[in-house]
Structure formats: structure tokens, C-alpha cells
Design a protein around this ligand. Structure first.
Ligand SMILES: *Cc1c(COP(=O)(O)O)cnc(C)c1O
Length: 211
């Protein structure tokens, strides 16, 4: 994994420390997070509040570990999410942002942007982004660091490139520095297009499919 990231950085003239490897540990037990931590990883991505709630008590001793929520968040779970996570990457509405801020803990947040027409995808549409960015920036406990997106799944990493490029240009419009884009199959393309956070599950922990 390190090698794939390093090569992509070299190819695109970027520093290795400009790209965070976020280890996506969904479905895997707390022990997998502990093992990755022992290998030096410090930032972890989880998709479901409830699932992480069961793992978090086993991970209290992992000093310096940070947890990102990368799955869709319903506003009725925002309080619990605020307690459990350091970064919420999937803010997609003003209502959710307000709830997160009301919780009272300073949180780093990113806006999930929906760039494809797929029904199943969550995220904020590009039309309402001006208002959403302004609203999030005005909230006292939220610090907006960047944008996140998830292109339609494809075997071909090149298929993701136009989405990554678009996210970058949108982020530039708002002077947002962080770009959470790229997963196991397309992280090189994402790094070439400016990703600062690659979210990697399968390539680190193995397949999530039941055998
Ligand atoms: C599961 C997931 C990932 C990791 O996907 P892999 O293909 O296993 O690397 C990244 N981002 C999100 C939002 C996910 O749900």
C-alpha cells in the first residue's frame, strides 16, 4: 500500500506527506484496527455509527488514533456521531451540520458532494453548495476542511478521473484544501488529481465479502 501511494506521489510530483492514508475498517473487528495501529496507521474510516459504537470501547488505549465517519449520517444519529468521531466527512445538508454543531464539541467536517446521478449515492448536489458551504462555515463548532466524493464504482480507475477532477475544481472555488477521494481500486488516479485523503479498505484489510 505504502508503495502504491509513494509511486503515485512520485509520478505526480507530490510529497508523500500531502496524502493521508485513511484505513477503512468497516465490517472488520476492533482487532483489525488495533493491528493496523501497531503497523503505524493512525487514522481510520468507519461507515456506520452503530457499528463503530461497538468497537470504540475496545480502542480507548490507542493514543493518537483518529476516527472519520465516511458513511451517510442521519441527523438523528448526529449526537452519537459527534461523540465517537473526530472528523465527519459526510455532511450533506444544513440540517445535519446544525445538529453536529449543536452537540458542542469542535469537529472537523467535510462536505460529501454527489457528482453522479446514481440513485443510491448520498451527498450534497452541486446546485446547493454555495449555501451549504456558507452555512457550515458560519457554525461555531464546525471547521470545514474540504470535500469528499465517491464516484460510481468501476473496474477501470480511469472512469473515476473526471469525478476527481471535478471535485478538485469545486474545492478550489471555495479555497478548501482537503480532498477525500480515491479508494482501493483508483487511489493512484485520485492522487494524480490532487487527493489529500485516500480511503482504503480492501487493499489493506482484504475483501469484505463473506467467503
Ligand atoms: C468502503 C468504503 C471505502 C473503501 O473501499 P475499498 O474499495 O474497500 O478500498 C472508501 N470510502 C467509502 C465511502 C466506503 O464506503
Amino acid at each position: 500500500m505504502e508503495e502504491r501511494i509513494e509511486r503515485a506521489c512520485l509520478r505526480s510530483g507530490r510529497r508523500r506527506d500531502s496524502v493521508l492514508l485513511l484505513a477503512v475498517s468497516k465490517v472488520f473487528p476492533a482487532g483489525a484496527i488495533r493491528a493496523a495501529y501497531q503497523c503505524g496507521l493512525r487514522e481510520f474510516g468507519e461507515n456506520y455509527v452503530q457499528e463503530f459504537e461497538t468497537k470504540a470501547p475496545e480502542l480507548k488505549d490507542l493514543q493518537g488514533a483518529r476516527y472519520h465517519l465516511i458513511g451517510h449520517l442521519q441527523s438523528n444519529k448526529s449526537k452519537r456521531a459527534g461523540e465517537l468521531f473526530d472528523v465527519i466527512q459526510t455532511v450533506d445538508s444544513v440540517k445535519l451540520a446544525r445538529r453536529l454543531s449543536e452537540f458542542g464539541k469542535p469537529l472537523e467536517v467535510m462536505i460529501e458532494v454527489k457528482l453522479s446521478e446514481e440513485e443510491s449515492k448520498h451527498g450534497a448536489g452541486t446546485e446547493g453548495l454555495d449555501a451549504l458551504v456558507a452555512a457550515v462555515r458560519a457554525l461555531p463548532n464546525l471547521s470545514l476542511s474540504g470535500l469528499m466524493t465517491m464516484p460510481p464504482w468501476s473496474e477501470d480507475p480511469e472512469a473515476s478521473r473526471p469525478y476527481f477532477r471535478r471535485l478538485r475544481s469545486i474545492a478550489e472555488r471555495y479555497s478548501l484544501e482537503k480532498l477525500s477521494m480515491g479508494m482501493s481500486n483508483d487511489l493512484e488516479t485520485a492522487i494524480e488529481e490532487g487527493s489529500t485523503v485516500v480511503r482504503v479498505g480492501t487493499a489493506l484489510f482484504g475483501s469484505r465479502k463473506r467467503t
